[in-house]
Design a protein around this ligand. Structure first.
Ligand code: ADP
Ligand code: MG
Length: 330
């Protein structure tokens, strides 16, 4: 059965059944002109992200289940970067008439799985015809005013920390494009296809109030560091050889990049957290890392604005990157 046969409203009816919401604060979910939520919080977090076939994903290497899940995960990562609690989301999709219903049901199964894992409810969306698949999610969350972590706030002398390992997703994508999903190292490919946002870690970092600024790494370490620097009015140095690289990454990176650090610095979609905090709390950050079983590494330090962003190489030489990372229009 394809979408032409069931029609837009037949599809929405099915989506409504698949995604039944349970939150008592939800007065009206899917099925009316708007969703209605009874608000208990005064701080509302709102974020949106778009995924377009051929730009962000290719159906030859991602299945609809992972696509649905990933669409939600990339939005959750933005709430993680604030230290917020994700609550509700809307999804607008553009689909072609010939798409099988099973594609959409698998897509929503992935969404549902992700929604369950992070305790969020689907409350509405929109559906349209489109030649290429377009997915737009708008995610709502809540936070406590004094706890939220912005991009602004980094201070000269702060250390720069990053969670997890970097570059795995970018390398996973390169391998997918070259070899396909079956022939590459599974863990690297999964890092690209099924990223996991650092929601609980983000909340813990925000709650302790040690950090001064935070962002999630979606476009690449360099470019996302530069966002913190711009918003905070500071500069930074990053020691290349402190950038955390996974064992698998080190093993597979060579045919794809001569310099192993380039993909970790410039590659996107790690969805790790990058934050600044005073150096005296390094020990407390280590014990947080232990309790979450997620590595947190100090990779640099915040400098005065005039220093810009400097990358210190293993041999001690340093440079300012000219091209920071991914930019849709460049
Ligand atoms: P409208 O004409 O007001 O845009 P729709 O017929 O598009 O209303 O939508 C009816 C209901 O279904 C609304 O609650 C809307 O939020 C929801 N909805 C529409 N498309 C989707 C979708 N792809 N996923 C989830 N909910 C959807
Ligand atoms: Mg509509």
């Amino acid at each position: 059965m394809n979408l032409r046969e069931i029609g837009e409203f037949g599809l929405i009816d099915r989506i409504r059944k698949w995604m039944a919401a349970s939150d008592p604060a939800l007065v009206q979910g899917i099925g009316d002109d708007v969703a209605v939520i009874e608000m208990k919080t005064k701080i509302l977090l709102v974020t949106t992200d778009i995924l377009i076939e051929g730009i962000h994903f290719d159906r030859s290497w991602i299945d609809p289940y992972r696509l649905g899940k990933k669409a939600l995960m990339v939005n959750l990562s933005d709430i993680a970067a604030m230290g917020g609690i994700p609550k509700y989301f809307l999804i607008s999709i553009g689909l072609s008439k010939n798409l099988p219903l099973s594609f959409v049901s698998q897509f929503y199964r992935g969404l549902k799985e992700g929604a369950k894992r992070f305790g969020v409810d689907l409350i509405g969306g929109d559906t349209s015809l489109s030649q290429k698949i377009i997915i737009n999610i708008c995610l709502l969350g809540e936070g406590r005013k004094g706890n939220l972590l912005f991009r602004k706030g980094a201070k000269v002398g702060d250390s720069l920390f990053v969670s997890g390992t970097l570059g795995d997703s970018a390398l996973g994508l390169k391998i997918l494009q070259k070899k396909g999903a079956r022939r590459g190292p599974k863990r690297l490919i999964e890092k690209h296809l099924s990223p996991c946002p650092r929601i609980e870690l983000g909340q813990a970092i925000a709650k302790h109030r040690w950090a001064t600024a935070m962002i999630d790494i979606s476009d690449g370490l360099q470019i996302d560091t530069s966002h913190i620097l711009e918003e905070s009015g500071v500069g930074a140095r990053i020691w290349e050889d402190r950038i955390p690289l996974s064992k698998l990454y080190r093993k597979w990176v060579h045919p794809y990049s001569k310099d192993p650090y380039q993909m970790a610095l410039g590659g996107g979609e790690d969805y790790e957290l990058l934050f600044t905090a005073p150096p005296e709390i390094k020990k407390r950050i280590s014990s947080l890392a232990l309790s979450f079983k997620i590595p947190i590494t100090c990779i640099g330090e915040i400098l005065p604005k005039k220093e810009g962003l400097r990358i210190i190489r293993e041999d001690g030489k340093n440079y300012s990157p000219s091209r920071l990372g991914f930019d849709h229009f460049r």
